[in-house]
Unconditional design. Structure first.
Length: 532
């Protein structure tokens, strides 16, 4: 058996994973790219980027994700949101997956989840595909060589795209499976090449473990002012709402684009890289992210390219709307070296409103912030999940329900406590539609969104005149330099005022109906912020 091992004292055999073929431990980017090319997993693109297709799975498969039900987690898992798998079924799944791995080639990365040494999780990722190992090496945090010598994984992910589950034998829904076992500290992934399952599996772990320590786990991006790590902004939001784009501001330092923790010490990134959507990516609007698509070892996922010139087509979504690039944080010139900063000064909740009702920005009271955090209103955008081909209005609590193993109130209480302790200012930002609903209106101009965010973060927005929104009760600026006054009043952007009123009434009722599930679980102030 051929093995390349940086950490010879921590072998797969020590974990009971025996009989596999060649195993490559902690390979660096050049070696992983070489193996991926050798194995025909993709194609070397311009600048040394690696071009891959993930086949039929071009997004996450949330209906195939399970948490193993055991006494350890029985009372702490939000079972209405997390599908249970019986421990015996998981054991059979694990046994069959190990049998499937016999004699095959595997790639192993030992990595950290979490920039804060006090809160991080040591994770081992075992990948059938070399490019999956490259992907997760970008997305998690890489230990130094001397740290690998003493590395022992707390959790292990085994990802076998060629393994097909048996629903009858393994207690799952289909041949595709993502199974988390907190007792055995294992995540098993089968029959999907979509690399995002790796990172979101780790995120789910952190979302379970950190709240137990009193630390807020967040589906958000974050940045801070230059040379001032106390001026921090966090951006909550689901995929497609602008977390990556809006946090990658050249005038601020990027802490991270997707997953963070908030302890009493401050904010810390879970990851060591970014996973950015590339559809309609523009060198003018997003030059830093665009530049990563032609850098060595960047993973380009599900993008159409010219077979002769290898030039990427950023507008062709024939494979999926969810085409992406994965790259290390150091590829962004203004990225934080530490992935850590102080407590947030501004909390921004991003929503993609397909109804065209919400204003481009609104200031929230702490109670309203809790209301909108638990509501998590947005629209699922095409490609982020299997079967989503157009925006679908949805409520995803905490702006990340698919990754929340605990009940929403657990995360809400932590956020409420942190806002109360820090006095952070909270904003709701709509990056969705204006001038009409999806299919009639247009997307919110990114130039206007950036101008409003700059005003919010530098404090100047607090000095302008605000009006009370008649539908939602939050405060909306009347006039902001560099932004059309009409854009700030959604009703005026519609050609038909009564049609806007009807749409707003419909959305208000949707909010009210959705919040009924939390009304008895929040305090009086949050109840008073409920609309309807």
């Amino acid at each position: 058996m051929s093995q390349t091992r940086v950490n010879p004292d921590f072998k797969l055999e020590d974990q009971g994973i025996e009989g596999v073929g060649s195993v490559y431990y902690n390979l660096l980017e050049p070696a992983l790219v070489e193996h991926a090319v050798r194995r025909g997993e993709g194609k070397l693109g311009l600048g040394g980027a690696f071009l891959v297709s993930t086949g039929k799975h071009t997004g996450r498969s949330p209906k195939d994700k399970f948490v193993v039900r055991t006494p350890l987690v029985e009372d702490s898992i939000w079972w209405e949101n997390n599908q249970p798998m019986e421990a015996e079924a998981f054991d059979r799944l694990y046994e069959d997956m190990l049998a499937h791995m016999q004699g095959r080639e595997y790639f192993v990365q030992d990595l950290y989840a979490g920039a804060d040494p006090e809160q991080r999780l040591d994770v081992r990722v075992v990948s059938e595909l070399a490019w999956h190992n490259l992907f997760i090496r970008h997305l998690l945090r890489r230990p130094k060589a001397d740290e690998l010598a003493s590395f022992k994984a707390e959790y292990t992910i085994i990802n076998c795209p060629s393994f097909k589950a048996d629903p009858a034998r393994h207690g799952c829904r289909s041949e595709t499976v993502i199974a988390l076992n907190f007792d055995r500290k294992l995540i098993l992934i089968g029959n999907t090449e979509y690399a995002g399952e790796n990172k979101k599996g780790v995120f789910t772990l952190m979302n379970y473990i950190l709240p137990g320590r009193g630390v807020m786990a967040m589906h958000c991006s974050a940045n801070h002012a230059p040379e001032d790590t106390s001026d921090v902004a966090i951006f909550f939001g689901l995929s497609g709402t602008g977390k990556t784009t809006l946090s990658a501001d050249p005038d601020r330092v990027l802490i991270g684009d997707d997953e963070h923790g908030w302890s009493d010490k401050g904010v810390f990134n879970f990851e060591g890289g970014c996973y950015a959507k590339t559809i309609n990516l523009s060198p003018k609007a997003e030059p830093e992210i665009y530049a990563t698509t032609s850098k060595f070892a960047t993973v380009i996922e599900n993008m159409v390219f010219d077979p002769a010139t290898l030039k990427l087509d950023f507008e062709d979504s024939s494979l999926t709307e969810n085409m992406r690039c994965a790259y290390p944080l150091e590829y962004i010139s203004n990225a934080s070296e530490t992935g850590m900063a102080g407590v947030p000064k501004n909390v921004i909740m991003l929503t993609c409103d397909a109804f065209g009702v919400l204003p481009p920005i609104a200031r929230l009271t702490p109670a309203q912030a809790m209301y909108h955090f638990l509501s998590g209103f947005t629209s699922k955008t095409p490609g982020t999940e299997v079967g989503v081909t157009e925006p679908i209005p949805t409520f995803s609590t905490c702006f990340g329900a698919p990754f929340m193993p605990r009940r929403p109130e657990a995360y809400g209480a932590l956020l409420q406590d942190q806002i109360a302790k820090t006095g952070a200012t909270c904003w709701l930002v709509n990056t969705g539609w204006t001038g009409g609903a999806f299919g009639q209106g247009s997307r919110m101009p990114i130039k206007a969104t950036r101008a409003l965010l700059h005003a919010a973060l530098d404090g100047s927005l607090n000095d302008v005149e605000f009006r009370k929104d008649p539908n939602f009760g939050f405060e909306v600026p009347v006039s902001v330099e560099g932004v059309s006054d009409v854009l700030l009043d959604p009703r005026r952007t519609w050609g038909d005022g009564p049609a806007y009123d009807a749409q707003a009434k419909k959305l208000v009722q949707m909010f009210s109906d959705n919040f009924e599930q939390y009304i008895d679980k929040v305090d009086a102030q949050v109840k008073s912020a409920a609309i309807g």
